[in-house]
Each structure stands twice: as C-alpha cells, then as structure tokens.
Write a protein that binds this ligand. Sequence first.
Ligand code: B12
Length: 296
Amino acid sequence: MTRPSSIEPLLRIGELGRRVGLSPDRLRAWERRYELLQPTRTAGGFRLYSARDEARVRNMLAYIEQGLSAAEAARLAVAGTHSSEDGAAAGAAQHELADALAAFDDVQVNAILDRTLASRGVEATMRDLIYPSLRELGDAWARAELHVGQEHFAANLLQRRLLGMMPADESHPATSRVVLACPPGEHHVLGLIGLGVALRRRRCRVTLLGADTPIDVLARTADAVAPHAIVLAATMPHCAPAARAQIHMLARTHRVLLAGAGASPAVATEVGAQYLDTDPVSAAGFVAPPSSHEAS
Ligand code: B12
C-alpha cells in the first residue's frame, strides 16, 4: 500500500495554538524542549505545522490528562510507540497473536490480548499488536497461506475485542460527538472501531455506523446528532471515489475527514474533506475537539 506523504492544511503557530487550546509560547517551548513538533518553513522563514504536529500535541495533552509528566507525555507522543526493548516484545507478541488466530485458538488469542492490555494499555495494544497482526494475516492470505475462514475468524474475534475496549463510562461528560462510518461497499471496519475506542477515551461521544453505510443515511444521522466531525474510513480503493459526489455534498455542511488506504489527500481535497494520514489511534488526537484548558 502506498501512503500519501503530505497532509493539508499547514498551519501557522497561532492557528495551531487556537485549535489545541495552547498559547504559541507554550507550543514553542514544547517544540524546543521535547522536539514535539516538526515544522516546515515558508520561503519567508515562517514555520508551518502539519496535521501530524497537531495530532502529537493533542496526544501529549491526552497523556498529561492521564497523569503522565509533560516529559513522559511528549516522549510517548513523539515516539508514538515505545522503547526498543518494548518493541522487541511487541514484535514477538504480534507473531504469537497471528499464529494463534491462524490456528483458530481463541483461548490463546484472548490470553495474549489480556496480557498485553495489562502491560501496555489499550492504545498500544491496538496500534502495536492488533493492527500489525492483522497486516501479517492479510499478507499470508495474499500469499494463499491462509484461507478466508481464518481471515473471518480473526476479524470477528478482534472486532469483538475492540468493541469491548470502548469505555462505556459516562461519568465524564462527552466534550463532543463524532460519527464514524465506512462508505458503501466498504467492509473493513476494524481501523474505524479503533479510532472510536481512542476517541471515547478522549471523552468524545462516538456514533458508530460502521461498515457499508449509504451516504444519505450518514447525512440523515449527522443532521440528527450534529457531530463535531464525521470520519469515513475506506480500505478498498474504489469505495470512497465511487461516492465522491455525495460525500462532497455532505462536506458542505459538516466537517468530514477521510481515512485509510482507500482514500488519499487528492480524493479528500476533491470532495472538500481532510485526509487523516495516520493510524487510527494517533488520528484520535486530530479528530477530537481542541481542549478547552491549557495543560502544564
Ligand atoms: C480483516 C480483513 C478483512 C475482513 C474485514 C472485517 C472487518 N470487520 O473489518 C473481511 C473478511 C470482511 C475482508 C474482506 C475483503 N478483503 Co480484506 N483484509 C482484512 C485484513 C486482514 C485486515 C484489515 C484491517 O482491519 N487492518 C487494520 C488496519 C487498521 O490496518 P491497515 O489496513 O494496514 O490500515 C492502515 C492505514 O490504512 C490506516 N487506516 C486503516 N483504516 C483506518 C481507519 C481510520 C479511521 C484511520 C484514521 C486510519 C486507518 O491505519 C493503518 C496504518 O496504521 C487486510 C490485511 C491488511 N494488510 O490490512 C485485508 C485486506 C485489506 N483485504 C483485502 C481484500 C482484497 C479483501 C476482499 C476483496 C477479499 C477478501 N479478503 O475476502 C474483501 C473486500 C471487502 C470489502 N468490499 O470491503 C486486501 C486489499 C487489497 C486492496 N487494497 O485492494 C488486503 C490488504 C489483504 C491483502 N493483503 O491482499 N477483509
């Protein structure tokens, strides 16, 4: 799969600050101290920040809210991952999980997931274990080493586990609402669900429509719930382009973001949407609304 390298729009520091609820001074300090941001420069020397920078700031804020120090929060937001020792362990667990899925061993799959959830938490489990294992399985399927029964078993079991990670706790009032759907014909929904889990953890109210959603149904739902954003995720290359006229209409009245390998910055621009060029967990930092208070 080719991943597009550019994300629009590029922001000046004041605009970035407004979006994330932090002063430019604070952002500059975090850039200097933690190398949190990686701006490009205009010909005139002004720094321009990307959606990836915005996502890093939001993820850092989310980590701080979870009680981490600013330095630790920045380290996690920059790495997006973990130390090399953790990385080796994650790689081993990924193969172990893929093997257990291919062997229809649900008991072992659940044990691996429970162990990783306990040691690494929900977001690292999704990003560093579940999604890489799915890619490993998909590659094996493409080489005809697995049959479609194994792919269906894996997808159903992991979908159930991902949905189980969605916090149901409503004691913290939701800060905003996001509608999540796949365009017509698109059945790859696991990335979308992972984004839902990460958004819910950031106190967004998530309205999950899921796979194969007609755009007129999505529009009616959006009119009913007035979301802060709508995210459409596509893996197959034809699904989003086939619905481009309807998505364009939707983007006139709602903030629409496209995600997944079946979308691109070009398709997103064409339909008046933004492209989320990142994984489902990191994307939550970009989709969630700006925090209303400034963290230390
Ligand atoms: C599970 C699976 C299925 C399941 C999906 C069930 C479900 N509940 O979702 C089922 C069995 C239904 C299925 C069906 C098909 N699949 Co399938 N499937 C997969 C598999 C193994 C995993 C997909 C997945 O969830 N990955 C997890 C996501 C998060 O990882 P990712 O895909 O690498 O995505 C990256 C980015 O695109 C981005 N991203 C993706 N989604 C999202 C969402 C959001 C919100 C964000 C922000 C980011 C994001 O994040 C990732 C980077 O970290 C992949 C293998 C693979 N390489 O991924 C094949 C794969 C996607 N499938 C493929 C194919 C060909 C099919 C079928 C045509 C045939 C088949 N295998 O049965 C049908 C088509 C169905 C349809 N019309 O949609 C091909 C696609 C090739 C292509 N690009 O054309 C793949 C790549 C397998 C392969 N190696 O050939 N599939």
